[in-house]
Design a protein around this ligand. Structure first.
Ligand SMILES: [Zn+2]
Ligand SMILES: [Zn+2]
Length: 201
């Protein structure tokens, strides 16, 4: 058996995620291991999402600190007012608060991430979940069970398309185009989730 994409090329690696055999051209090297192109993009998207979640947590800490700073500043202003009417201290407090917030924005540019980027990440997340559904269907097929067409992917109510040819059962996604794919299916022959058309054209 050769590379999944180039059957005549010698196998250089096996995808850590889907176990596809890969030639040198098809192998993607990430810090976490060797992957096929699709699994590498999914792994990178997952890593990216984790970084974002971490940034979000840090941002919440900054927000909490900002709130604390504002309360302290209010108290300071009260003190200044009651003591000797030095209103200027409040002005300095607001200026330092604004500086603090702008440092926060600079450190966490995620706050200003465009809707298009968020939509793309969401689409990759959906595709990851969808692939898990199809992997589960593949396991059912490998155990000789007949899948249920209502076992659809998150983000769609349309049932999967089940077709039979001879002994082979194929379960296909009803709308792979939502992920920019030509085809997304699993068959009882290989049990492997096939995603065609990603990153091509
Ligand atoms: Zn893979
Ligand atoms: Zn190849």
């Amino acid at each position: 058996m050769g590379c999944v994409n180039h059957p005549n090329a010698p196998v250089a690696a096996t995808c850590k995620s889907c176990s596809a055999t890969l030639c040198g051209i098809c192998t993607k090297f990430l810090d976490s291991g060797e992957y096929c192109e699709l699994c590498a993009s999914l792994a990178e998207a997952t890593a990216f999402r984790k970084t974002r979640e971490r940034n979000e947590e840090e941002r919440n800490v900054v927000m909490a600190q900002t709130t604390t700073a504002r309360i302290t500043e209010e108290e300071d202003r009260e003190k200044a007012r009651s003591k000797d009417g030095l209103y200027i201290r409040g002005g300095i407090g607001i200026a330092s608060l604004m500086l603090f917030v702008s440092i926060g924005l600079y450190a966490f540019p995620d706050l200003t991430k465009s809707d298009a980027q968020l939509a793309e990440e969401q689409s990759i997340t959906l595709l990851t979940q969808c692939r898990e559904v199809f992997q589960a269907i593949g396991i059912m097929l490998s155990e000789g069970e007949t899948p249920d067409s209502t076992q659809s992917c998150p983000g769609t109510n349309i049932p999967n398309i089940i077709s039979r040819r001879g002994d082979t059962i194929t379960v296909s996604h009803p709308n792979p185009r939502q992920f920019g794919l030509v085809e997304l299916y699993v068959t009882s022959d290989s049990h492997r989730v096939v995603m065609e058309g990603l990153g091509q054209g």
